[in-house]
Design a protein around this ligand. Structure first.
Ligand SMILES: Nc1ncnc2c1ncn2[C@@H]1O[C@H](COP(=O)(O)OP(=O)(O)O)[C@@H](O)[C@H]1O
Ligand SMILES: [Mg+2]
Length: 248
């Protein structure tokens, strides 16, 4: 099977995905080419029993779940010699208490990881954000040895984020022009979640077909503190100083 690229769509490349992806319609997923190829290569080497476990570390809402869910579906559908398993563990400590077989609730899980992560027959791919429990596990129990850590950038390649904007515009029926799609990708710093928040924005009189309209929409998303876009405030700190892109 060929490696999908950011312009491939679900209909063109995929036939059946067993895992319902949280992103929604599978066509909304745009491949991050660099990381995709690297991780696909890693899976190709699993049958040779040389692949070490990996951890993906990145900020919240940077596309970790989207990435690993697609990797799972891809491997499953490919029906090759790698059998993928996918499970999700809540980041809350209380829940870890239920899972605990022994010892302190929040130190039992690392114990489970400890054994699994050493396996080159069934290597793990773990994801987590910087402020979650994964960081603690890595620091306390796995440091330096069994897990290879990959830091994922939030920003996609420019052509990939442009594709995210175009697909969302089509899917959500929110019109953009070629020029404003580029502007959206840039103003959202090539961050797919930010792009989604903007195109799905509930800003009054949202108009993403003009330069001014996009500026207004971005401003609204940054200033609003809705649950959908809780990172809006965090992003303010990053974007607010950039007068080239934004004027308050
Ligand atoms: N590769 C991608 N293609 C298109 N949209 C993406 C992609 N990665 C992330 N997104 C958008 O960002 C949102 C948050 O991504 P998610 O995987 O849930 O982040 P994380 O797991 O890092 O918190 C997704 O729901 C989607 O709208
Ligand atoms: Mg996630």
């Amino acid at each position: 099977m060929t490696t999908p690229t950011h312009t491939d769509t679900y209909s063109a490349v995929q036939t059946h995905f067993p895992l319902k992806e949280r992103i929604g319609h599978p066509d909304l997923y745009v491949y991050r080419q660099t990381q995709w190829e690297d991780f696909l290569n890693w899976t190709r080497k699993i049958p040779k029993m040389v692949s070490k476990s990996r951890a993906i570390l990145a900020r919240k809402k940077s596309g970790k779940t989207a990435f690993v869910q697609r990797l799972f579906n891809h491997l499953w559908q490919e029906n090759g010699s790698v059998l993928p398993f996918y499970f999700e563990i809540s980041e809350s400590k209380q829940w870890l208490g239920n899972l605990a077989m022994e010892g302190e609730p929040d130190s039992s899980l690392p114990g489970i990881f400890h054994g699994l992560s050493e396996s080159k027959i069934a290597p793990m791919l773990v994801t987590g954000s910087y402020i979650g429990w994964l960081m603690n596990i890595i620091r306390q129990h796995l440091e330096g040895a069994r897990l290879k850590i990959f830091e994922f950038p939030t920003a996609m390649a420019p052509e990939e984020s442009l594709e995210v904007a175009l697909r969302l515009s089509e899917h959500l029926e929110v019109p953009v022009t070629n020029a404003t799609a580029l502007q959206i990708a840039e103003m959202c710093r090539h961050d797919p979640f930010f792009i989604r928040c903007l195109i799905d924005s509930s800003a009054p009189d949202l108009d993403l077909t003009t330069e001014r309209g996009v500026q207004e929409g971005v401003k609204y998303e940054i200033m609003s503190n809705t649950s959908e876009n809780q990172i809006g405030i965090a992003k303010t700190a990053e974007i607010i100083g950039d007068t080239k892109l934004f004027h308050f």
